[in-house]
Design a protein around this ligand. Structure first.
Ligand SMILES: Nc1ncnc2c1ncn2[C@@H]1O[C@H](COP(=O)(O)OP(=O)(O)OP(=O)(O)O)[C@@H](O)[C@H]1O
Ligand code: SF4
Ligand SMILES: [Mg+2]
Length: 338
């Protein structure tokens, strides 16, 4: 059983997209293993950062957790109820509790709708939440909460800057008072100076409304300050999961170590030297992942066993730090900004 404070319990989640050939007689020739056996808990009010290179399955994981995609197998329990099995009125009700903020504030807002209509749309879909008469006032309150002028309720998205548009998306995400918000790269499309403002807003809202966040990013540095724990993904799997100092100061998976870039690597003479580990090449195709450990084709520590046996995501003795490597070993890292 998961700890009582978990609001989200993800277990053995798999999402394969079929690869088909032929036009009239379609036949399946394989599958893109976008998410391939992911398990974790999200605790009430915490932020779990999810980090990995493009194509490792972060957005697919988010969509399955939101029940926008059906999983191939596995479960996602929200307050103990499996959202992947829910249908009709129950699914609609559960969706109120788990909302999403998208990456691109320029394309994710309908340009023909006013800000009031965009932020108030969840009340149209879930009309039981708020009577029609109270909606305008509530939308103005939400605009105020995210630092926008409530008098701008009749403006259109193009009249706002990128950072302000992302605030509109956040206000919309808050409308139904969810307990979980999945932020899929919410600041990647914004200027660096604006990123900090949006991150600070998310941080403040979390404290104010006791929100739990899944915060998705490419880069470990983006999620560091907002995350309580971080999950590192590679080719559809979590390879390491831990708290701030476990991931950033003493990571134990070679992939995380390579992402952080400089760790002390023993040299042939036995003396310790600090070397930068360069992550070579691109990740292999998720349609045809390597046998054994998926990271082995790029791993600087790979041995024969890595091709034969898949390393399981296991707890490191005496800690709550999880790592999926036959040779997991916590190393001090020297952070290198790329
Ligand atoms: N609807 C789909 N049909 C087929 N393949 C898909 C579909 N959606 C995603 N994929 C594939 O699944 C894999 C994971 O994609 P996903 O978008 O989840 O990655 P990501 O980690 O979010 O990447 P990025 O950082 O670029 O946003 C990719 O190989 C992608 O091409
Ligand atoms: S299991 Fe082997 S290939 Fe995989 S990360 Fe560990 S050392 Fe590298
Ligand atoms: Mg994505």
């Amino acid at each position: 059983m998961a700890p009582a404070e978990s609001i989200l319990e993800v277990r053995d989640l798999v999402k394969h997209f079929p690869l088909t050939q032929g036009i009239v007689f379609k036949r399946q020739i394989g599958a893109i293993k976008a998410v391939d056996g992911v398990s974790f808990d999200l605790r009430r009010g915490e932020t779990l950062g999810v980090v990995g290179e493009s194509g490792c399955g972060k957005s697919t994981l988010a969509k399955v957790m939101m029940a926008l995609e059906r999983p191939t197998s596995g479960s996602v329990k929200v307050n103990g109820r499996d959202i992947t099995k829910a249908k009709g009125a129950e699914l609609k009700h559960m969706r109120r509790n788990i909302q999403m903020v998208m990456q691109d504030p320029y394309t994710s807002l309908n340009p023909r709708m006013t800000v009031g209509d965009i932020v108030g749309e969840p009340f149209e879909i879930h009309s039981e939440v708020l009577p029609k008469g109270g909606r305008r006032k509530r939308v103005q309150e939400l605009l105020d909460v995210v630092g926008l002028n409530p008098d701008h309720i009749n403006r259109y998205p193009h009249q706002f800057s990128g950072g302000q548009r992302q605030r509109i998306g956040i206000a919309r995400g808050l409308a139904l008072q969810p307990e979980v918000i999945i932020c899929d790269e919410p600041v990647s499309a914004l200027d660096v100076s604006i990123q900090a403002q949006v991150m600070n807003l998310l941080d403040r809202l979390q404290k104010e409304f006791n929100l739990a966040y899944i915060f998705i990013a490419h880069d470990l540095s983006v999620v560091r300050h907002i995350s309580d724990r971080v999950a590192v993904m590679y080719l559809g799997k979590i390879v390491e999961l831990g708290g701030d100092s476990q991931i950033y100061d003493r990571p134990s998976h070679p992939y995380t170590q390579a992402l952080l870039s400089a760790v002390p690597v023993p040299n042939p003479e036995g003396r310790e030297a600090r070397e930068r580990i360069i992550l070579q090449g691109d990740p292999p195709s998720p349609a045809n992942p390597p046998s054994g450990c998926r990271f082995r084709t790029r791993c600087w520590k790979a041995q024969d066993i890595c091709a034969k046996e898949e390393p399981l995501l296991q707890i490191r003795p005496g800690t709550d730090h999880l790592s999926a490597c036959h040779f997991a070993e916590a190393l001090d890292v020297v952070h290198v900004q790329s």
